[in-house]
Design a protein. Structure first.
Length: 445
C-alpha cells in the first residue's frame, strides 16, 4: 500500500522528471490499441492501453489524479513490449515514458523488508557481477547433474511450486559446468576471408545458462569472415534494472559497457538476445543528461547490430550451405528485436534459405508471447493467457520447430510446448542454434 506521503513524493517527481513534450505528443488516436496485448487481454480496458497509460501519467503530472495503487497496477501490468511504438503516427517513445514512471515510483516507494531484500540481492548482488552469475548458474548445473533434480521430482517437492514455475523447471536448459563458464575466449580469428572486425556482447545469462548459444554465435561469425574480440570487462546490459525502476544501476552498467567496447576498433558490436540489444541501443537515451557520456553512448549505439542483421549483410547464407532434415519451421519475433532494434526481415531471410525445411509464417508472430523479462514470473496469470494465445497460432502453422531470437522468448515457448503436451512433436530453438545445426548438417560448421 502506497502511503499518502509516498504519493506526494511520487507526484512531485512526476512533475519534475516526466517529459511533458513526449506526453503531449500522444494524439489519443488509438492506433496503438490493436497492438497492445494487455489492452486486448483486459477486455479492452482503456487504462491498460498505451494511450490510457500515457493519459494517466499526464494526469499525475497535472495533479488531476493521485499515483495510487490502481495507477501503479496499470503500469505494472504493462509488458513493455513496445509494439505500440512502430504504429504510432506521432512517434511517441512510450518505452522511455514507462521506464521513467516506474523508476520514479520505485525510488519513492517503501517496499516491505522481504521485497527490499530480494531486489537488493538481484539488482545489486547478482546481475552486475558475472562471477556471481556463474556461481548461481553453477548451482543450477549441480542440481541438474547431481541427481537432486530427479529426487526432487520423485518425492513431489517440485509439485509444491506454482504451476508455471513447476513447468518452467522442466524446460530449463542443461547448463554448462563452472569450468566451461570460466574458460571463455577473448579473441577469435576469422575462418573465412576477413570482412569485418566485430566485438561480441556476451551478456550475463547468455554467457552462463545459454553459453552454448553464445559459442554457436561466435562460430557463425567466424565462418562469415568476422574477427571477434570479446572484452572481459563487459557487464550485464542493465535491461532488467532499467525495466524495474533501478535506473541508476542501469546507468552504471551502461558506462561500464561503453568503456569496455569503445577502444577496440570494432566495426560492429554484435548481440544475439533481442532484449539485451534493445537496451544497449537505448544507451544514448539513458545517458542523455550526462554531458561526459552522452556522445560516447551515441557512438556506442551506432555500432550495435543483431547477429541476424550482420549475417544477412555479409551474405552468410550465400557463403555457407545450410541444410536440415525435412521439417516445418516458424518464427516467433522477439518484441524488442522487432520494435526497438527494427529487425524483422533478417531472421526470416536466413530461415528461408535453409534447404530441406518448409517455412510457415505464424499469424501475429509479432505479438508478445508473455515472457517480457520476469513478467512470466511476477504476472504469471496474465502471461499464461498470452502464451496460450501464442501457442494457438504456433500450432496453426503445423510447425515442428519454433524459432526465437531471445532467451526469454525461448524459455516461454518451451514452456508453452510443455503446457500443451507437445514436447514429443515440437521444439523451440534459438535461431543461432538452428543455423549452427544447419551448417553442421551440411558439413560446414
Amino acid at each position: 500500500m502506497t502511503t499518502l506521503l509516498e504519493q506526494e513524493k511520487i507526484q512531485a517527481q512526476f512533475k519534475a522528471r516526466m517529459n511533458e513534450d513526449e506526453l503531449l505528443n500522444c494524439m489519443r488516436c488509438g492506433f496503438c490499441l490493436p497492438t497492445c496485448p494487455t489492452y486486448i487481454e483486459s477486455g479492452y480496458k482503456e487504462s491498460h492501453s498505451p494511450r490510457g497509460r500515457i493519459a494517466l501519467m499526464k494526469a499525475v503530472v497535472d495533479g488531476i489524479i493521485e499515483p495510487d495503487e490502481e495507477f501503479e497496477r496499470s503500469l505494472e501490468l504493462c509488458l513493455g513490449c513496445r509494439a505500440c511504438e512502430p504504429v504510432c503516427p506521432s512517434g511517441v517513445n512510450y518505452g522511455h515514458l514507462l521506464e521513467e514512471a516506474r523508476d520514479i515510483i520505485n525510488q519513492n516507494k517503501k517496499f516491505s523488508l522481504p521485497v527490499r531484500a530480494v531486489r537488493k540481492t538481484v539488482f545489486e548482488g547478482l546481475f552486475p557481477h558475472q562471477g556471481r552469475m556463474r556461481q548461481t548458474v553453477g548451482l543450477l548445473g549441480f542440481y541438474q547433474r547431481s541427481g537432486i533434480q530427479t529426487i526432487a521430482r520423485k518425492i513431489g517437492f517440485i509439485g509444491l511450486l506454482p504451476e508455471s514455475l513447476k513447468t518452467m523447471e522442466k524446460v530449463l536448459p542443461k547448463v554448462p559446468t563452472m569450468r566451461e563458464m570460466k574458460n571463455r575466449p577473448e579473441y577469435l580469428p576469422a575462418i573465412a576471408e576477413k570482412v569485418h572486425k566485430v566485438a561480441f556482447f556476451s551478456g550475463c545469462l547468455m554467457d552462463t545458462m545459454f553459453m552454448k548459444t553464445n559459442d554457436a554465435t561466435m562460430r557463425l561469425l567466424q565462418l562469415a569472415g568476422c574477427e571477434i574480440v570479446i572484452p572481459k570487462n563487459q557487464a550485464c546490459c542493465g535491461a532488467l534494472h532499467g525495466h524495474s525502476g533501478e535506473k541508476d544501476t542501469a546507468k552504471e552498467l551502461a558506462k561500464r559497457n561503453i568503456a569496455a567496447f569503445e577502444d577496440l576498433g570494432a566495426d560492429f558490436i554484435i548481440t544475439n538476445a533481442g532484449g539485451c540489444g534493445a537496451f544497449l541501443i537505448d544507451y544514448d537515451h539513458l545517458l542523455q543528461d550526462d554531458a561526459a557520456w552522452k556522445d560516447r553512448a551515441r557512438a556506442f549505439k551506432e555500432k550495435i547490430k543483431d547477429i541476424s542483421e550482420i549475417l544477412v549483410a555479409i551474405d552468410f547464407h550465400k557463403k555457407v550451405e545450410l541444410k536440415l532434415p525435412a521439417q516445418v519451421i516458424t518464427y516467433q519475433d522477439s518484441c524488442h528485436l522487432r520494435n526497438v532494434m527494427k529487425t524483422a526481415s533478417a531472421p526470416r531471410v536466413l530461415l528461408q534459405t535453409i534447404q530441406g525445411v518448409v517455412y510457415n509464417e505464424m499469424k501475429e508472430a509479432d505479438r508478445c508471447c508473455g515472457s517480457a523479462g520476469i513478467y512470466n514470473i511476477v504476472e504469471s496469470e496474465s502471461s499464461m493467457v498470452m502464451l496460450d494465445y501464442k501457442m494457438k497460432q504456433a500450432k496453426a502453422t503445423h510447425a515442428t520447430t519454433i524459432v526465437t531470437a531471445n532467451p526469454g522468448c525461448l524459455l516461454q515457448m518451451q514452456l508453452g510446448i510443455e503446457r500443451e503436451g507437445l514436447s514429443a512433436k515440437m521444439r523451440a530453438v534459438h535461431i543461432v542454434d538452428l543455423l549452427a545445426e544447419a551448417a553442421k548438417h551440411s558439413g560446414e560448421f
